[in-house]
Design a protein around this ligand. Structure first.
Ligand SMILES: [Zn+2]
Length: 67
């Protein structure tokens, strides 16, 4: 099974869009749980990592590295 690559600040697409109609989420916290923020309405949700990986469709845009 292929492991999906995602990182902090990436913009990701989920299998189901947010009720506001946007399907682009920014990863704002990494850990045991992943926090993503809807780029349409700024609503954020906390999802267990395993569930996030199951619901993730693809990474739309790699995040900027803060260096
Ligand atoms: Zn939204």
């Amino acid at each position: 099974m292929e492991k999906k690559q995602f990182d902090l600040n990436d913009i990701v697409e989920m299998k189901k869009p947010h009720p506001c109609g946007t399907n682009a989420w920014k990863v704002i916290r990494m850990g045991m749980d992943i926090r993503i923020k809807c780029t349409g309405c700024n609503h954020s949700v906390l999802i267990p990592r395993r569930e996030f990986e199951r619901k993730l469709k693809k990474v739309l845009q790699k995040g900027e590295k803060e260096e």
